[in-house]
Ligand binder design. Structure first.
Ligand code: NAP
Length: 239
């Protein structure tokens, strides 16, 4: 089994921190994002590779697969992290707000997984870690599109776990709560205090709270864990 990880949405936030942690743990890290970025510089790891990949573009995913295959860099660990929000109350939600979020968060994840799973099946080893959200578990006003995409990821991951467990491929979900990243900057300080009142741990999470859970699911310690959804949300949602 190689120690190569592919992380989508690695230019910022949770993905970037995850890349940093995997690199520190001896992984060859490959990170992608919509826009051009220098992962090696950001995480101070000269082996790290960054590629532009648009989750909304089928050809972009195919191109990346071919490139990594030709460089003998096909990953044994896939972290489907890239995602967007386009929040709006349902009655005002435009078709494109729905389409863009489903296309990026769900269809993009489907396509990346489809492309990269075959070598894992062949090697009889793979770790798929999909990033959902507390919004996919409990729903959230203004996020019908986003919560739908994030709930679907849970069904996707569990079904995949059932299909591929016998091939030693695990498929798990990490469901973050409110984490301090660009995605939560739309909340001002007062709103953050209000939200934190409902979180048992009374604070937003940090990117490394989530990244550590992702690294755990890729590690030998999690070899017999599959089809699970682990919330990293300070206790916001318990079920
Ligand atoms: N932050 C939270 O509170 C929170 C809570 C629950 C779940 N999550 C989930 O955690 C994941 C990471 O969130 P984050 O807060 O770290 O987000 P973020 O800081 O907004 O970063 C999002 C990342 O996804 C990439 N991305 C967006 N659209 C893409 C596309 N079409 N193709 C390729 N890459 C694309 C971005 O690339 P560019 O830099 O090129 O735009 C960026 O690297 C997401 O799936 C999010 O839904 C976050």
């Amino acid at each position: 089994m190689n120690k190569i990880v592919l992380i989508t949405g690695a230019s910022r936030g949770i993905g970037l921190e995850t890349a940093k942690l995997f690199a520190k743990s001896g992984y060859q890290v490959i990170g992608t994002s919509r826009s051009k970025f220098d992962l090696g510089g950001l995480i101070k790891n000269t082996d790290a590779k960054s590629f532009e990949l648009d989750l909304m573009s089928k050809s972009s995913i195919k191109e990346l697969f071919s490139k990594l295959k030709s460089e003998d860099l096909l990953p044994s660990v896939l972290v489907n992290n890239g995602g967007i929000t386009k929040d709006q109350l349902f009655l005002r939600m435009k078709d494109e707000d729905w389409d863009d979020v489903i296309e990026t968060n769900l269809n993009g994840l489907f396509r990346v997984t489809k492309a990269f799973i075959k070598p894992m099946v062949k090697n009889k080893f793979g770790r798929i870690i999909n990033i959902s959200s507390v919004a996919g578990l409990m729903g959230n006003s203004g996020q019908v599109n986003y919560s739908s995409s994030k709930s679907a990821i849970i069904g996707f991951s569990r079904s995949l776990a059932k299909e591929l467990g016998s091939r030693n491929i695990t498929s798990n979900v990490v469901a973050p709560g409110f984490i301090e990243t660009d995605m939560t900057t739309f909340l001002n300080d007062e709103e953050k205090i209000e939200v934190s009142k409902n979180i048992p741990m009374k604070r937003f999470g940090n990117v490394d709270d989530v990244a550590k859970c992702i690294l755990f699911l890729a590690s030998d310690e999690a070899n017999y864990i599959t089809g699970q959804s682990i919330s990293v949300d300070g206790g916001l949602f318990m079920y």
